[in-house]
Design a protein. Structure first.
Length: 218
């Protein structure tokens, strides 16, 4: 078995040398390369030093992404409370790196964030419904909070009545959960509607990348 793994590793190194440019520039190709590495227990991100870093510069690539992700999360925190849609984060990252030669995928973002998490940075990716959100603050979201965020994905906001009706909750339960999300800076109140119903907006599922871009400029 050890001999077989050694053979696979040697073949993987040959493959990496041959397709070096594709791995660095093509995110889909890069993702497939990581899958190949995982199958034989090779982690090209384990260290910035050594064969893989010298051959591909992968360690430096993800370190740079990680630094830029931290900057974006800090810059947009006043707008989203420290919870940002992964897709929006990737869009902002691509805008920031528009002069870079390498394309960036969500898979690249996830790998960079996983390295930040190892460093104890507090960064974490959570799933809410069909969306992935990146959390950069130590806020703990419970099941009620996640259900509200999932409900808000349809329009970007919810009302107390909508939460009561759609989730079959009491108004007290809905208000308690929404108040917590407000206190944590994850929600914004909008009272300017003719029907008199307060809207609770959630930037992490409603704000476009253009809003995030403005935040990066401030």
């Amino acid at each position: 078995m050890k001999e077989q793994l050694a053979t696979f590793r040697s073949q993987l190194e040959d493959f990496a040398r041959k397709h070096k440019n594709d791995i660095k520039k093509n995110p889909a190709f890069r993702s497939q390369f990581h899958e190949m590495c995982a199958k034989i227990g090779v982690d090209p991100l384990a260290s910035n030093k050594g064969f893989w870093a010298e051959l591909l510069g992968i360690g430096d690539f993800y370190y740079e992404l990680g630094v830029q992700i931290v900057d974006i999360c800090l810059a947009t925190r006043s707008h989203n409370g420290g919870l940002i849609n992964l897709q929006e984060l990737c869009t902002l990252l691509c805008q920031r790196r528009k002069t870079a030669r390498e394309a960036i995928s969500e898979d690249d973002c996830l790998r960079a964030i996983s390295k930040l998490k190892v460093l104890g940075s507090g960064f974490e990716v959570i799933s809410v419904g069909k969306k992935k959100l990146v959390r950069s603050v130590p806020t703990e979201l419970n099941k009620d909070h996640n259900e509200i965020l999932e409900l808000a994905q349809a329009h970007g906001y919810v009302t107390v009545n909508e939460v009561d009706r759609r989730l079959s909750w009491s108004s007290g339960r809905a208000i308690d959960a929404l108040d917590t999300l407000l206190e944590e800076g994850l929600a914004m109140i909008d009272d300017g509607h003719r029907d008199g119903k307060r809207r609770y907006w959630f930037p992490c599922v409603s704000f476009s990348a253009s809003v995030g871009s403005e935040a990066l400029k401030t």
